[in-house]
Design a protein around this ligand. Structure first.
Ligand code: ADP
Ligand code: ASP
Ligand code: MG
Length: 481
């Protein structure tokens, strides 16, 4: 018998057929005698719809948010009607759903009157997605005699008040997960928990960032001291690249925590970038599996590194980023300019994705997401006002329509020539590289190219990753566990 936390993503709970599949998976694990905590996302598309309802309310478009409310009702009713037979059971969950839909519309009405959505209200509004899905899924399971019990995660994921991207307060969260949530499991119940949502110590709802249900599940897996965390999604595992970018993408049987950390940070949407943080120190293995193909063993993620002879295992690309360059001959030898620039960027709310400086010290560049680029430019110019006046800094330039490409593979450490291979390949294909950075973990290299070159670059580099997978298969390099 083992204890698992498993998380089902938006597509995995996105239709009656998908939820029926989820129920089968849970049933099979329970039948084998395992203990489960189940974390669920909102049905696919619902979080976006809720955000749209908030924007519509702020723009005083009542018809739009009412239409969204109707669509939410239709989606969840379809699941209830498709999967719950008894009239009484249906009526009970229907009433719960109506209550939530009513609260959602009430909140939209408040935004309508105010004419604006604060981040705090936005979090309260988007939380309805997981609150609805978890209740409907738990009701379906109960109707099939599974010992499921819906739980709202704000009762035990305690966070700071960084709305939209909240961080757990670890001590309090640990106490509650290891305490009251653990008791649910001990009493033989299978909790069906809202992903994505937390609350401040005074009970105000927060969210953990888009795609944050993976992170919720990892936090819960860590403090329930689970034997494994399983992320059930809509692909067979972590792949050599996003299958939407290149159809040749193949599943990687094993990657290390570090490798998945780099992949997720640099755009592999399959996992939220923070997912491995809570489980890494406890060494809890993570498995990424396909809800729609449960026979496939998926990708195992663990602590050991498994270097492949040909090193490069995966390629990612991030769109919608801009590169800022700070340059000036007078910067040479003036200490602190980079530090102040990054601090100013952070104050403007920007997360810096990549930094690169040439040894001449006459310029350095860094990359932020598009919507923040102008705000960061202004913040940095204000911070460096004196240096600009004294001509020590010439300018802060923004370059858009670029992408960050990252190649990942733990064997980069100590394998000479990996960067050489990558950049010769780009050169041979006349793809111009604008900036380069190597991850400090030495298992990734990132670089910037024009957006127009994205698909070609990923295609070429992906061939290297495919070669690695194939060599590993022939050489029998599998999981180190
Ligand atoms: P979920 O709703 O289950 O959380 P997501 O849409 O967030 O699912 O993540 C799964 C998707 O991530 C896949 O459908 C795939 O298109 C995308 N993806 C991007 N990069 C990768 C990768 N390297 N390996 C697997 N999937 C990837
Ligand atoms: N429903 C949330 C989102 O779409 C969280 C998640 O699915 O992980 O971002
Ligand atoms: Mg996701």
């Amino acid at each position: 018998m083992a204890r698992y936390t498993m998380k089902f993503g938006g597509t995995s709970v996105g239709s009656p057929e998908a939820i029926a599949q989820v129920v089968e998976i849970v049933k099979d694990f329970l039948a084998e005698g395992h203990e489960l905590a189940v974390v669920v996302s909102a049905m696919a598309g619902v979080t976006d719809m809720l955000l749209e309802s908030a924007a519509a309310a702020a723009a005083r478009d009542r018809a739009r948010y009412l239409a969204i409310s109707d669509e939410l009702r239709r989606m969840h009713t379809k699941v209830i009607e498709g999967l719950i037979d008894s009239d009484a059971d249906r009526a009970a969950i229907d009433a719960e759903m109506e209550e939530l839909l009513r609260s959602h519309v009430e909140l939209c009405e408040a935004v309508y009157i105010l004419g604006e959505v604060t981040p705090r209200i936005s979090d309260a509004l988007v939380s309805f997605g997981e609150r609805l899905s978890s209740r409907v899924i738990a009701a379906v399971m109960q109707a099939r005699a599974l010992p499921a019990r819906q739980l709202d995660s704000e009762a035990f994921i305690v966070t700071d008040n960084q709305f939209g991207d909240a961080e757990p307060l670890w001590g309090e969260t640990e106490a509650r997960v290891a305490g009251s949530l653990r008791q649910e499991l001990d009493s033989g119940l299978t909790p069906i928990i809202t992903g994505f949502i937390g609350a401040t110590p005074d009970g105000t709802i927060t969210t953990l960032g888009r795609g944050g249900s993976d992170y919720s599940a990892a936090i819960i897996a860590a403090y329930l001291d689970c034997d494994e965390l399983i992320i059930w999604t809509d692909v067979d595992g972590v792949m050599t690249t996003d299958p939407r970018l290149d159809k040749r993408a193949r599943v990687l049987p094993y990657v290390s925590y570090q490798e998945i950390g780099e992949l997720a940070f640099y755009g592999a949407k399959v996992l939220h970038p923070k997912t491995v943080q809570p489980i890494i120190n406890r060494g809890i293995p993570l498995r990424v599996r396909n809800t729609f193909n449960p026979k496939h063993s998926g990708t195992l993620v663990g602590a050991r590194t498994q270097a492949s002879a040909t090193v490069i295992k995966a390629v990612t690309g991030i769109r919608d980023v801009s590169m800022l360059t700070v340059s000036g001959r007078g910067m040479l030898g003036v200490p602190g300019i980079a530090g102040r620039t990054f601090l100013a960027s952070a104050k403007a709310g920007a997360n810096i994705l990549m930094i690169s400086q040439s040894s001449s010290e006459q310029s350095f560049c860094f990359t932020v997401v598009d919507p923040l680029a102008q705000a960061v430019k202004t913040a940095v110019e204000t911070e460096l006002q004196r240096e600009i006046q004294h001509n020590n800094v010439d300018s802060v330039d923004v370059l858009s329509d670029i992408v960050i490409i990252t190649v990942v593979g733990s064997g980069m450490r100590g394998t000479p020539g990996v960067a050489g291979r990558v950049f010769s390949l780009l050169g041979e294909n006349r793809i111009n590289v604008l900036a380069i950075a190597q991850g400090s973990s030495e298992c990734s290299i990132s670089f910037i190219i024009a957006e127009a070159d994205l698909e070609r670059a990923v295609g070429k580099l992906h061939s290297l990753a495919l070669e690695t997978v194939e060599n590993d298969r022939i050489n029998g390099v599998g999981s180190p566990y």
